[in-house]
Ligand binder design. Structure first.
Ligand code: NAD
Length: 697
């Protein structure tokens, strides 16, 4: 054997082929060729009567080797289908011995064996659909033959892994092994030899299912309702249907064809991009992976308002005790009551038991005194967005917190370096920017100050994972990654209103594009008064008169959004459905008149182009300035914090798909319009990439 990651050992008449390529036996070229080599050697050895194929305790195999994607080795023979066919064709019985992950190509490999034994908790699944694909190495043809149509549809169309024990009694699992897997597998192989059991080849099984058409139709209906423009689930059903209607080899050919076609879809491209992007986001280029983390066993939260309450819930959910501080008892009581009400709503939906609600509530200690933070390992402030207030808070934290405690701010826009400078320990200060509602939204921007220590960053990233957030590191700038881009997006949308569109048209066009919510609905939800206050503050700081925009006129009229029953839209009492309002139309018309604008017709395509390219252009600047480490980090921010459509993979991947030269050309056109804002000038990085024929990703 030449392979470095496959071994062949003899145990009497049983040959054991063991895969060992950390972390999860990804089926790259080395492993594929090693398996075939070992199989040939075992076949040629007359003393061998049966073969056991196994992996490690962690994984039989987690599937394709993701690090090989896009390299020449990905297509190098033997490909996975060839390896599986070789196992299946073996004249000597092959037993797959499964522990840990047995997913995707890993499960397909096991399906090529004649028998399978597994630990009860081994995790079996075909998750390809989650990457917008279908199993491309026979999974759609062999699995239905082994577990039946309905069970196979569940595994293939939804992609969730299932414990091996659940397949007891089906031809998928011949024996569940308690204890030593390899000893059990060898014993099973000897039984096969002793009894001269016929080799069970999945391909030879004739799949019979009297209710096939009804089951397939039911699956199609279910998927059509939930797939939201993703083609893969339906293609999975079609492929499984072939296992009934077509001979095996034809089913395999059709599966391959469908797999290749799905590979080329923008949806699969987006899902694969997101898969890789989420993993990349966790890696900090200049913070070693083995950085020693700080221990976080208790948390303090300051402010029990909108954000503080939600932030607190994250830690209670993860079993971490929280000391929650407010200025007044009344605010504290109100904050606690909201947390309890949220939990009780979850309980009513059956997501929590009454005991779990009490367990969580018991973990929170309300306080009015900063002294209560003296033992906290981490304190997060979510007080008013005002530098003077932040100053008071951080000065006090510096006095009361123990050395080494992490001091975090949830600020949306303020300069984290200034905040850090209020303390004598700026290395311990970090931004932890949650998104509203903080107990629901998956995104966390971890804001790295100029002096933030590497272990504080690494600890923040690990903590994010613990509370089930997806964290992206951002440098310090106005609004960090997400809100800084959002400002340009909002400006583009407002510019379109000024030019001639109505909020409902813009929201409609962007929602058709796939955004969860258009910018004006979002503004009404978040409250228009926040932006109004910021603009007033900035004008005052700059010592200039504010030039009110339509949003300011709405606020002047007391229309702050949903909370006042009207903003861009109006709302009926107790309802959240936005109703287009003539009052808004009149305010807009007056604004245009005052500004000397003759309204023009704006097309939906223009809406999407301007709003998306505004995001992309600012994203390019953010990337160029090193505020974001990678374009894919920006995509993760937009997908998880701003309702960007998953099937498009984020604004930067969207721009790659459109073609960067096209983006630049459009931006130049916008920038050349009379009175155009300077921000429409294409970002230098964007121009550079476009000219070099490159993309962001
Ligand atoms: P909020 O007004 O709902 O809550 C702020 C709370 O802080 C209030 O309950 C107030 O009583 C309390 N507070 C104020 N000063 C305090 C002090 N010195 N000590 C103790 N408590 C004090 O505000 P919010 O929306 O939760 O925002 C809080 C912070 O989070 C701000 O920095 C904001 O920019 C940021 N943020 C808000 C959102 C959002 O969507 N609301 C999203 C991300 C970040």
């Amino acid at each position: 054997m030449n392979s470095t990651c496959v071994t062949l050992t003899l145990d009497g008449e049983v040959a054991v082929i063991a895969m060992n390529k950390p972390p999860v036996n990804g089926l790259g070229f080395e492993l594929r060729s090693g398996i075939v080599e070992a199989l040939d050697e075992a076949t040629a050895n007359a003393a061998v009567k049966a073969i056991v194929l196994t992996g490690t305790a962690r994984a039989f195999s987690g599937g394709a080797d993701v690090t090989e994607f896009g390299t020449p080795n990905a297509a190098r023979e033997p490909n996975l289908r060839v390896v599986i066919a070789a196992l299946e064709a073996s004249a000597k019985p092959v037993v797959a011995a499964i522990a840990g992950q047995c997913l995707g190509g890993g499960l397909e490999l096991a399906l090529g064996a004649h028998f399978r034994v597994a630990l009860p908790d081994a995790s079996l699944g075909l998750p390809e659909v989650k990457l917008g694909l279908l199993p491309g190495a026979g999974g759609t043809q062999r699995l239905p033959r082994l577990i039946g149509l309905e069970a196979a549809l569940n595994v293939i169309v939804f992609g969730a892994p299932v414990a091996a024990a659940k397949f007891k009694g089906t031809p998928l699992i011949d024996e569940l092994i308690e204890g030593d897997l390899l000893a059990g597998a060898s014993a099973f192989a000897r039984k096969v030899v002793a009894a001269s059991l016929p080799l069970k080849r999945a391909r030879d099984i004739k799949l019979r299912e009297p209710n096939a058409q009804a089951l397939l139709q039911f699956a199609r209906n279910t998927v059509a309702a939930g797939a939201k423009g993703f083609p893969a689930p339906l293609k999975c059903i079609d492929a499984v249907a072939n296992a009934i209607s077509q001979p095996f080899d034809e089913g395999m050919r059709l599966e391959r064809e469908a797999f290749m076609a799905l590979m080329l879809t923008p949806e699969s491209r987006a899902l694969r991009h997101v898969f890789a992007a989420e993993r990349a986001a966790a890696k900090l280029p200049d913070v070693p992976a083995d950085t020693k983390l700080r221990d976080i066993k208790s948390v303090g939260v300051i402010g029990a308002g909108t954000m503080g309450g939600g932030i607190t819930m994250n830690f209670l959910n993860a079993g971490l005790p929280v000391v929650l501080l407010e200025m007044k008892q009344e605010a504290l009581d109100k904050g606690l009551a909201t947390i309890r009400r949220n939990y009780e709503n979850s309980m009513k939906k059956g997501k929590l038991t009454p005991a779990q609600v009490e367990q969580r509530m018991a973990l929170v200690t309300p306080t009015l005194a900063y002294d209560s933070f003296k033992d906290a390992d981490l304190v997060i402030e979510a007080v008013f967005e005002n530098m003077d207030v932040k100053q008071t808070v951080f000065r006090t934290l510096d006095e009361v917190c123990k050395p080494g405690a992490i001091l975090a701010s949830n600020t949306s826009y303020l300069d984290l370096d200034k905040i850090a400078a209020f303390t004598k320990r700026p290395q311990d200060v970090v931004g932890l920017h949650f998104f509203s509602p903080a107990n629901v939204m998956r995104l966390l921007e971890v804001v790295r100050g100029a002096k933030t220590a590497p272990d504080v960053l690494a600890t923040s990233m690990a903590l994010a994972k613990k509370i089930k957030k997806i964290a992206v590191v951002s440098g310090v700038c106005d609004g960090f990654i997400g809100n800084r881009m959002l400002a340009r997006y909002g400006a583009a949308a407002n510019g379109l209103v000024n030019a001639g569109a109505l909020p409902q048209q813009i929201d409609g066009a962007l929602q058709k594009f796939g955004m969860a919510m258009g910018p004006f609905r979002m503004g009404d939800l978040a409250g228009l008064d926040i932006g109004w206050a910021t603009r007033k503050r900035k004008a005052a700081e700059a010592g200039v008169d504010m030039n009110p925009m339509v949003a300011d006129k709405l606020c002047e009229a007391g229309r702050f959004g949903q909370k006042t029953g009207a903003g861009w839209y109006r709302y009926e009492a107790g309802k959240r459905d936005p109703i287009p309002d003539t009052v808004t139309g009149q305010l807009i018309a007056q604004y245009r008149l005052d500004a000397g604008i003759t309204p023009r017709k704006v097309g939906d395509d223009e809406v999407v182009e301007r709003c998306m390219f505004a995001l992309v252009n600012e994203g390019a600047r953010i990337l160029d300035e090193g505020i974001a480490a990678r374009a894919s980090d920006i995509d993760i921010v937009y997908l998880n914090g701003y309702g960007y459509p998953l099937q498009r993979g984020g604004p930067m991947l969207y721009a790659d798909g459109v073609g960067l030269p096209n983006v630049v050309r459009a931006l130049k056109r916008f920038a050349a319009e009379p009175g155009a804002d300077a921000s429409w000038q294409p970002a230098p990085l964007l121009v550079k990439l476009a000219e070099a024929g490159k993309s962001f990703n």
